[in-house]
Design a protein around this ligand. Sequence first.
Ligand code: MD5
Ligand code: FE
Length: 203
Amino acid sequence: SREEIADGAVLLRGFVRPIENELIEAVRAIVAQSPFRRMTTPGGYQMSVAMTNCGERGWITDHTGYRYDPIDPKTGAPWPAMPPVLCDLARRAAEQGGFQNFAPDACLVNRYEPGTRLSLHQDKDELDYSAPIVSASLGLPATFLFGGLARSDKPRRFRLVHGDVVVWGGPSRLAYHGVAPLAEGEHALLGRIRINLTFRRTR
Ligand code: MD5
Ligand code: FE
């Protein structure tokens, strides 16, 4: 199904269910090369979300700031290439959201465990905000917090479950958003975790 949840934001329920096994296998291969790690914010806090990346550039944070980098600082090697199954899904989803020819150069892979949260923020480290962001949820359900263009705007709450994809474009591209602390649970394919794949065009 296709539901416009805000101006420019389209929720595609179950969009990746047909390729769930391929996606999970792709994540396993990525993590074998560039493992999940909990990064440090410029403010000195360790994030509760564990992250890795694939694609030409990966999102990283350390005590010096946030940025996209072609090299994984943990391995000293380039991030794993973006598997075609991931690139294709991002392109197909973006098209459903009205964005033709989306060609992501970065895919951030976020891992949540029960208790893990992502506090309210904007995605502003990309050069061109005209491209959408595509996010795919796997594993345990999450409560997604979707605010407005000001941090003080009261966020709406959306439950995102295994297989759901959201295309964030237009006015939603710069909305404040976050993920509420993950509830305890067990998913048939992934166990006690939620994985979110976030596809971006960074330049
Ligand atoms: C997640 N990740 O569920 C989310 C999915 C991140 C992040 O937020 O930065 O890693 S991406 C959700 C998103 C992206 C761009 C705009 C909006 C939401 N939005 O307007 O709400 O791990
Ligand atoms: Fe974000």
